[in-house]
Structure formats: structure tokens, C-alpha cells
Ligand binder design. Sequence first.
Ligand SMILES: Nc1ncnc2c1ncn2[C@@H]1O[C@H](COP(=O)(O)OP(=O)(O)OP(=O)(O)O)[C@@H](O)[C@H]1O
Length: 220
Amino acid sequence: MITVSALTRQYGKRLAVDDMTFDVAGGRVTGFVGPNGAGKSTTMRMMVGLTRPDSGEVRYHGVDYSDLKWPARTVGCVLDARMHPGRTALNHLRATAAISRVPAGRAEQVLAEVGLETAADQRAGKFSLGMRQRLALAAALLGDPQILLLDEPSNGLDPDGIHWLRGHLSDFAARGGTVFVSSHLISELSMFAQDLVVIGVDGCSPRTRSRRSPDAMTSP
Ligand SMILES: Nc1ncnc2c1ncn2[C@@H]1O[C@H](COP(=O)(O)OP(=O)(O)OP(=O)(O)O)[C@@H](O)[C@H]1O
């Protein structure tokens, strides 16, 4: 369970995230939907300590992210698909594994898990956006986390890739994992998310709500 309480972040005069409160249940896929500029990325970055909130807090089973014993092994993130262009896919994962203190052997496993084993020795700089998204997901899976936070992970994926991603995330949740995945398209999330957090253009909490059934979803 992730609890987001009264998160607020301002950039200059722009209130990017205003008093955002919601929770994310374990063992389910929760979609995070809102239009461009609504504050989804800023919220997700604050959830893993990459952007400092002006106020508010995020707790994972009651524990602050900065106090988690193994943050990278607890929470796997795809917050952007940038990576060192000169590194091969396998070397990128090995380097990430080393930083996260994960056994290097996991690199091959997660590469196969995302269907990139035949591209192991190709440089990431030559990858399509869809392949980079798969590689970013592989990096997020390295630490065998219980929680996945994914910001627009289907960007650049073709229809087969999107179908594969939905299945992969649903399986992850069915095995007890927690998935929090953003999109600006409610139609995309409604295909597989069980819960939904909807935010408006000003990223404010009063328009944030959870739905417990895809059948009940409507456009924000
Ligand atoms: N580093 C930053 N500096 C200044 N303003 C920022 C910064 N990051 C985000 N913003 C602003 O905060 C607001 C929310 O941006 P954010 O990227 O969180 O929205 P989003 O919902 O993820 O949008 P998108 O769907 O387009 O990715 C926007 O107005 C954006 O311009």
C-alpha cells in the first residue's frame, strides 16, 4: 500500500501539484490519469524522492521512501527512458544492477523477461523508443521489486508492445505486486487498471478520486 498525503509542489508561480492525496492498493494495477501538464510526472518523481515536495508525504507500508532499507529493490521505476547511448542493453542493466547492489546475473533474466534478449549486445543509442521503454522496464525489474511506478510506459510501443505491457503489468499485480501507471489517455488505462486516480489540469486533490472498477470509469 502506498499512501500519498497532501503532496504539493510549486515551480515559481506555477502550482504543479496541489494538495494531492490518494492511496494505491497492493496486488492491483492503479492507473494515474490526467491531461498534459496536470502534474503526473511531478507527483511520481516526488513519490521516489527525485523531486522534493514543498509539503506532504509519501509512505510505503507506513515507511517514508528515504527510510526504506532497499529503495531500489522495493520500488522499481520507469520515469523516463533515457540511458547511456553508448552502452549495450546488457551493460546498461549490469551497471544499474551494480548501483542497486543486485546480482549481475539478474541482467540477463530481466532482459529475457521484456523480450530483448536478442538485442543484448546492441547499443541503447540505436534502440527505438519502444525498445528503450522495454529496457527501462527491465532496469526497473532488476531488484525484483514489490512495487512498480511507471510514467507513460507505453509511449513509443506498437500495439503488440502495448498488449504485452498490459499483460505483464497485470501478471505482476496478480502475483501480489503493486502497479501505479500513468497515462494521459483514460481509454488506455481502462483496458487493464483496476483502480484509477484522476487529476485535473491543475493537479489538485479535490478532483483526485479512486475508482474500484474499470466499468465505472469515465473521462476526467
Ligand atoms: N522542472 C520543472 N521546472 C519548472 N516547471 C516544471 C518542471 N517540471 C514540471 N513543471 C511544470 O509543472 C506542471 C506539471 O508538469 P508534469 O510534467 O508533472 O505534468 P504531467 O501531467 O506529467 O504532463 P505530461 O502528460 O505532459 O507529461 C507543468 O506546468 C510543467 O510545465
